[in-house]
Ligand binder design. Structure first.
Ligand code: ZN
Length: 78
């Protein structure tokens, strides 16, 4: 694993998000500015619910508080 990539991560913007499926909260940090044509995916750190954001580089996700739904299953695929 290459850890230098993570060390070089420079967030230019960030926001908090609450997962609509499991209720956990997490921080999403964007390394690059919003894009109108490129999209990247990121996952809820607890249930792997996939979100899509318009940005040019994959965001970094950090769990802030654990899920509140009392379940343990992952977000169901489609
Ligand atoms: Zn979730």
């Amino acid at each position: 694993m290459n850890t230098e990539t993570d060390c070089a991560f420079i967030a230019v913007s960030e926001f908090k998000q609450t997962c609509g499926f499991c209720g956990c909260t997490f921080r999403v940090e964007l390394e690059s500015r919003k894009s109108y044509k490129d999209t990247c995916q990121y996952c809820c750190p607890e249930c792997r619910h996939v979100c899509i954001i318009k940005t040019t580089r994959p965001p970094r996700v950090t769990l802030l508080s654990e899920r509140t739904d009392g379940r343990t299953e992952l977000y169901p695929d489609a």
